[in-house]
Write a protein that binds this ligand. Structure first.
Ligand code: SF4
Length: 397
């Protein structure tokens, strides 16, 4: 089946943010025509031929650096190869300083109906420390321009757990975000990634990362404040008003196939995950010679898929079916306040019916997501190995 979801990586940024290790191309002038021509060539390899796209997501980098016309040209290039469904979710990531009445009108006319705005903080000292290209007043102006232009679906990104010396007032930032009445909020805890400016600052002792206690307190505060404002905490890092969960990201979290184009973009056909070369110049060079852009691929084994399914289930409110000896440990997690076990549900598998309860992690459990997922995966892989020789009546993976 042709994929219903398309990710387009737009790598351009005006400068590198101090915490960012994404695959980007820093450019003072965005090479819109060069990029769009290369993208058209890549799409001609057939990634979405025959598709009716339910979601299109322009991520980056900073897709809004393409401007109104550039985004319209990208969406036209996609429409030359695929249908975009009339009710599709079409998202672009934007920085506040790229948003104005003209760009919003052009994005809307091109079919964009959702904007994910990189706010990060409402504190100008913090924004400067992050090397952001905007100040706090531009965030509010951008949201007003988006709404005035007729795009209702606005998501805000915020970063928490910043170094203590910045004296960032997290509660105030969450409240400022809520005052802008977004339909969706994404939160990211700051991590010091290698080869970033903040990694160099940390190496020479100029910054100290936020403590685990601060991380936990800020994450839980955001959960309570968003919940009180009517948001569903539907994934470890994401909150939405009713019916406003990101359809594109939700497709990733349910293991659906997707296509990806642009430098470093990933694709998944249900069995094999492929990714493009990351460097923009190399991606353009290959396409100008009509060469494939694939930089690598991996075929998922049954075990890989099982582990991914567990991890994806645990990071979302969808949760995960648990059974057998897992029940004793997940009951302990429930007692600790890390998870909730829903009513048992009947699951058909290989001609057998089994009754499993569903485990959903709580926000406190999400703070331990990696270790709980690893614990569960280890238990399942031991049991799977034993089950192979014991010819089970059912299996868990
Ligand atoms: S705007 Fe986004 S992608 Fe670009 S440098 Fe900043 S964090 Fe990275």
């Amino acid at each position: 089946m042709p994929p219903s979801h398309l990710y387009v990586h737009v790598p351009f940024c005006a400068r590198r943010c101090s915490y960012c290790d994404f695959s980007i191309a820093v450019r003072s002038r965005t090479p819109v025509d060069e990029y769009t021509n290369a993208l058209r060539t890549e799409l001609a390899f057939g990634a979405v031929d025959g598709s009716t796209l339910d979601t299109v997501y322009l991520g980056g980098g900073t897709p809004s650096r393409l401007g109104g016309v550039g985004v319209a040209n990208v969406l036209s290039a996609i429409r030359e190869r695929a249908q975009i469904a009339s009710n599709a979710e079409v998202t672009i990531e934007a920085n506040p300083d790229d948003v104005n009445d003209i760009s919003v009108a052009q994005w809307l006319a091109a079919g964009v109906n959702r904007i994910s705005l990189g706010a990060q903080s409402f504190d100008d000292t913090v924004l400067e420390w992050m090397h952001r290209t905007h100040d706090s007043s531009q965030i509010g102006r951008a949201v007003k321009a988006i709404r005035r232009g007729g795009i209702e679906n606005v998501s805000l990104d915020l970063i928490f757990a910043l170094p203590a010396h910045l004296n960032r007032n997290w509660k105030k930032d969450v409240q400022r975000a809520l005052e802008l009445t977004p339909s969706h909020v994404s939160l990211y805890g700051l991590t010091v990634e290698a080869h970033t400016p903040i990694a160099r600052w940390a190496d020479r002792g100029a910054i100290v990362e936020g403590s685990e206690t601060q991380y936990e307190e800020e994450f839980l505060y955001a959960h309570e404040a968003m919940y009180a404002a009517g948001f569903d905490h539907y994934e470890v890092s994401n909150f939405s008003l009713p019916a406003k969960a990101s359809r594109h990201n939700s497709a990733y979290w349910t293991g659906a196939p997707y296509a990806g184009v642009g430098p470093s973009a990933h694709s998944f056909d249900g069995a094999v995950r492929r990714w493009n070369v990351a460097a923009y110049a190399e991606w353009v060079r290959r396409l100008s010679n009509s060469e494939p852009t694939i930089g690598g691929e991996e075929t998922l084994t049954d075990e890989n898929r099982g582990v991914e399914e567990e991890y994806l289930g645990l990071r979302t409110r969808r949760g995960l079916e648990v059974g057998g000896s897992e029940l004793s440990v997940t009951e302990l997690w429930e007692t600790a306040g890390w998870g909730e076990l829903d009513k048992p549900q009947t699951v058909a598998h290989n001609g057998h019916e089994s009754v499993f309860p569903r485990l959903r992690l709580t926000p406190t459990g999400w703070l331990r997501l990696d270790s709980l997922a690893a614990d569960l995966a280890a238990r399942r892989s031991n049991r799977a190995t034993a089950a192979l020789s014991a010819t089970p009546s059912h299996c868990y993976i």
